[in-house]
Structure formats: C-alpha cells, structure tokens
Design a protein around this ligand. Structure first.
Ligand SMILES: O=c1ccn([C@H]2C[C@H](O)[C@@H](COP(=O)(O)OP(=O)(O)OP(=O)(O)O)O2)c(=O)[nH]1
Ligand SMILES: [Mg+2]
Length: 160
C-alpha cells in the first residue's frame, strides 16, 4: 500500500521529521521541543515543532508510547488527541505523569508520543422518531457481565 502524502511544515528547524521506527509501524514518533520536568500527577502541554495538512477524509491521532508509559507512567491526557484535517497549527501534546511518586524528566528532542494517521468518515446525522431494533438494544456499561469488582476479585469473572 502506498503511503498517503501529508504536507508538513517544520516550525522548529532543529526538530526531526516524525518518523516510523520500523517499516509498517502505525505510529510515527513525535518529539518535545522543550525540556520538561513533570511532577507526579501533573500535566503539561508541549510543542512538537511540526504542523501538517492532512488530506480531506483523514485525521491524525496522538497516542502515548507504550514503553514510556510502562516504564515511567508518561501518557497523554486526552489520548488519543485528535488532529483535524483542517488544522494548520503546531501539533501539541498534553502529557501527564501517572506515576504516584517519581517525576519524569524529558529533554528537547525526546520522543514523547506517536501520531497515527487514519481515514475517517464524516456522518450526516439523520434524526428519526425511533431507532431500528437491535440485539443489544440499550444494554451497555457492563450489561454482558464479566467485569472486575473493586475488591475481592477472584479473577473468575462475574458473568452469569
Ligand atoms: O492532542 C492534540 C489534540 C488536538 N490538537 C489540535 C489539533 C486539533 O485539530 C485541534 C482541536 O482539537 P480538539 O477538537 O480535540 O479540541 P477542542 O477543545 O474541541 O478545540 P476546538 O474547539 O478548537 O475544536 O487542536 C493538538 O495539537 N494536539
Ligand atoms: Mg474540537
């Protein structure tokens, strides 16, 4: 499959282009333009030094990086952040430190998140008096069971 062309403007010339670590990866790594010390539980908005123009029918999604998340507790507050096709400003990332004890130190140029480009549909919302019937109906929020309990979870599940 040939890659979709995404026009990019480097707002900070010292920052590398987003890049896929391996061929076929879904996420292209984004870096922070600033040094940051993120105390436990705190969040910060950082710049990535790039702006893009996605073709109509596409959107970008800013996801956390799993290695950093597992090792340090670093995540993205609004994960995944949504980059609209019409957005021409700098892509920014709202980082959060989920670790309860340790601060996270980030340096300019560190890879802090990843950008996934996807095709998206836009809907025409059609109001009706009654929705068509379905097997699920209005059941949700654990209606099928199997969810963990807050305490005393045996790992056996609660599905009846
Ligand atoms: O992680 C993110 C999320 C969003 N954006 C930019 C691109 C996006 O197109 C724009 C608006 O994002 P969103 O719609 O999620 O935010 P909003 O609070 O609804 O703002 P708006 O009223 O501008 O739509 O902000 C980022 O740079 N990084
Ligand atoms: Mg919005």
């Amino acid at each position: 499959m040939s890659p979709v062309q995404v026009l990019l403007s480097r707002l900070d010339p010292g920052i590398p282009l987003p890049s896929y670590a391996r061929a076929g990866d879904a996420g292209a790594d984004l870096v922070t333009t600033t040094d940051v010390v993120l105390e436990p539980g705190r969040r910060v908005l950082v710049g990535t030094g790039i702006a893009i123009a996605l073709p109509p029918g596409y959107a970008g999604f800013v996801h956390p990086r799993s290695g950093l998340a597992a090792r340090t507790g670093l995540s993205v507050v609004n994960a995944p952040g949504t980059i609209d096709a019409g957005y021409r400003g700098e892509i920014k990332v709202c980082l959060v430190n989920h670790d309860p004890d340790e601060p996270i130190r980030l340096s300019r140029g560190d890879r802090i998140a990843q950008l996934v480009i996807q095709r998206v549909e836009t809907a025409a919302f059609v109001e009706v008096a009654e929705l068509p019937a379905s097997e699920r109906g209005a059941g949700g929020y654990g209606s099928t069971g199997g969810h963990a309990t807050l305490s005393g979870n045996t790992g056996q599940g609660t599905r009846k």
